[in-house]
Design a protein. Sequence first.
Length: 216
Amino acid sequence: MAHYTVARRSTSTLWSPHEETGDARVDDESMLTRTRWARRGALGILAIIALVAVIGLPLYVFPAVPAAPKADLLYVIGPPTATRIADAESLRDQGIADEVLVSVPASGPESADELAYCWRAYVTCRTPDPFTTRGEAAMLDAYATDGESVIVLTYTPHVLRTRYIFGACADADVTVIPVDESLNLSRWIYNYAYQTAAFAKAWIVGCAAPPSDALP
């Protein structure tokens, strides 16, 4: 009798190099997709930063610089840096105004007791309450009434916010003039963020109360 042998098909899956290649291709495509999205996200962030920088140029870097008019008072708002004081002295030498008011902290080397500039006869140094731009605008009412002209000196990124606060809170006719103080890139970045946030706060909080000895 003839014997026939029946070959059984193996139920196990045979390894195929094509399948491994396919898996690798899927992983590569997934990685490429993630890379593309990461690149697009980075470019989007850079575009936003560039847009903010451009928008901020006329606001914080190149604010309008008016000619200094004849004034009743020069007002150096804090901190009283050497550059701001030098600009105040320059304007005084030009005959723009005779009297100088300086906003100073209550203590430390820039306080009224220790800052030598405060000892001059034509200079008045005083600490506003609070020691902020709002407080400085309120303090001005103790030294200048409605109709009097005041030149306020502050550093460039602070000009826009100063104009807003003094325009809303001070009675005097105020002209804000920027002082050119050297700022590095990190200081500019900080001021972009800080001045924007502080501007929003000023809009929400409003004016500070005038000091008790404000002029009638």
